[in-house]
Design a binder for this molecule. Structure first.
Ligand code: ZN
Ligand code: ZN
Length: 282
């Protein structure tokens, strides 16, 4: 087991480093910030090792301790034979994964102790591709009950672990964290990119609690948290503007959302019966 974890960690980290290196070079084409402190990159790469180990341990524990499911999944899709079917399946898996990841992300912004973990990701003041893995290792653990379990218990989907892992684990999130002045224009609502995700990381309070989706902004559009960037808008990032005595948004808000109050404009609303105080978390 230990050998497997070490081997998988090295393999995954090597892959992540390769993607980071390629995108880091591409960032030079048109960076949002010309010069960024190298120490931040080194810190992110170190945190990335810890996160990779935590992910591997979590995944193996999940596989070894989970009992067989006592019920049939809601949706079963037979393995497709055509390439169109395979691509369709991959997109479907991405969509469903992103749905659960959206809500986990939103809960991380809403529940105080989860935010304390997630804020490490948001403390980045010089966002670049290495920020992708700047996550508290316990966040890897959260993905099991919030994302992986619902996905594998509710849906029986044929998907290629390779494409799934590549797209989700490293490539797409890495792309959206790039220090790159790249605008999608009218394509912005269809796929997350460096500009839209930068708004999520923005240090400006008016951008707080927006654009939670990892891949498809559709979830933000549907659940009222989408904020389209203005032309040429690439705000600074970090938590400098957050009040020290930041309030806690009760998790009751989250459950109210699930029960149908899904069209609200912001997680932070002055008029909400669930919320008190000022300030907020991103
Ligand atoms: Zn991010
Ligand atoms: Zn966030």
């Amino acid at each position: 087991m230990l050998n497997e974890i070490i081997h998988a960690t090295l393999e995954n980290y090597q892959y992540a480093l390769t993607v980071f290196a390629c995108l880091f070079i591409l960032e030079r084409i048109r960076p949002v910030e010309e010069k960024q402190p190298f120490a931040g990159v080194v810190f992110n790469l170190f945190i990335s090792v810890v996160l990779t180990v935590a992910t591997q341990i979590t995944m193996r524990l999940m596989v070894s301790v989970l009992p067989p499911m006592p019920f049939h999944p809601l949706l079963t899709v037979a393995p497709p034979s055509t390439w169109q079917g395979k691509v369709g399946c991959e997109i479907l898996v991405l969509f469903l994964y992103d749905y659960f990841a959206y809500w986990l992300h939103r809960v991380e912004h809403s529940v105080s102790f989860l935010w304390r973990m997630h804020r490490l990701h948001h403390e980045e003041e010089h966002m670049n591709v290495t920020t992708t893995n700047r996550h508290h290792p316990l966040e890897a653990l959260l993905r099991v009950p919030f994302v992986l379990l619902p996905l594998v218990t509710l849906f029986d989907l044929p998907f290629s672990p390779l494409a799934f892992g590549v797209a989700l684990g490293v490539l797409l999130p890495s792309f959206s964290h790039m220090n790159l002045r790249l605008e999608f224009g009218s394509f912005t609502p269809f796929m997350i990119g460096p500009q839209l995700h930068r708004l999520h990381h923005s240090s400006e309070e008016r951008h707080f609690n927006k654009n939670f989706a990892n891949i498809f902004p559709l979830w933000d559009i549907l659940f009222g948290t989408y904020l389209a960037p203005e032309r040429g808008q690439f705000p600074s990032t970090g938590l400098q503007a957050l009040p020290k005595n930041q309030r806690i948004i009760p998790s009751g808000y989250f459950f109210a959302e699930l029960l149908g109050r899904v069209r609200r404009k912001s997680v932070i609303s002055e008029s909400s019966v669930f919320e008190t105080g000022t300030g907020g978390m991103r």
